[in-house]
Design a protein around this ligand. Structure first.
Ligand code: RTP
Ligand code: MG
Length: 139
């Protein structure tokens, strides 16, 4: 079934010059880029994006990180796009969870600065696409 998912190439990945590498992995997997934009997230958008983590101890530092510089927001389309991108990303902790061959496993060291975000369910994808790309969400 064709799905959409919201991906963020986080500020650490942009600063380190991994945008091309990450987009290349997405394209080689066969996922389609439906929207793409370089922008710096506002406190409001970042807070809303990560609202589920509002009570977690790492939340303030996560917001500081995600708003710290430009990121690339992307909408991907394809069969099982949500799970397919999370497979490419690897687990949250780049050392303990993500396997070599994944984006986080190959390029990350820290649980926070872990290069990418991908929606974790159809409901999250709909919410996140509406937040980052309001003009796309009604299509
Ligand atoms: P994401 O939402 O960014 O795709 O990542 P995820 O599903 O793999 O991980 P999640 O549990 O939703 O956590 C969201 C983001 O918060 C940061 N984090 N830091 N310091 C820590 O222990 C910690 N744990 C999570 C990461 O940037 C993670 O991607
Ligand atoms: Mg998550």
């Amino acid at each position: 079934m064709t799905e959409r998912t919201l991906v963020l190439i986080k500020p650490d990945a942009v600063a380190r010059g991994y945008v091309g590498e990450i987009l290349s992995r997405i394209e080689r997997k066969g996922l389609t880029i439906a929207a793409l934009d370089l922008r710096t997230a506002s406190e409001d958008v970042a807070g809303s994006h990560y609202a589920e983590h509002a009570e977690r101890p790492f939340y303030p530092s996560l917001l500081e990180f995600i708003t710290s510089g430009p990121l690339v927001a992307v909408v991907l389309e394809g069969p099982r796009a949500i799970a397919a991108f999370r497979q490419l990303a690897g687990g949250t902790d780049p050392v303990e969870k993500a396997l070599p061959g994944t984006i986080r496993g190959d390029f990350g060291l820290e649980s926070q600065q872990n290069l990418v975000h991908g929606s974790d369910s159809v409901e999250s994808a709909e919410r996140e696409i509406a937040l980052w790309f309001p003009a796309l969400s009604s299509i």
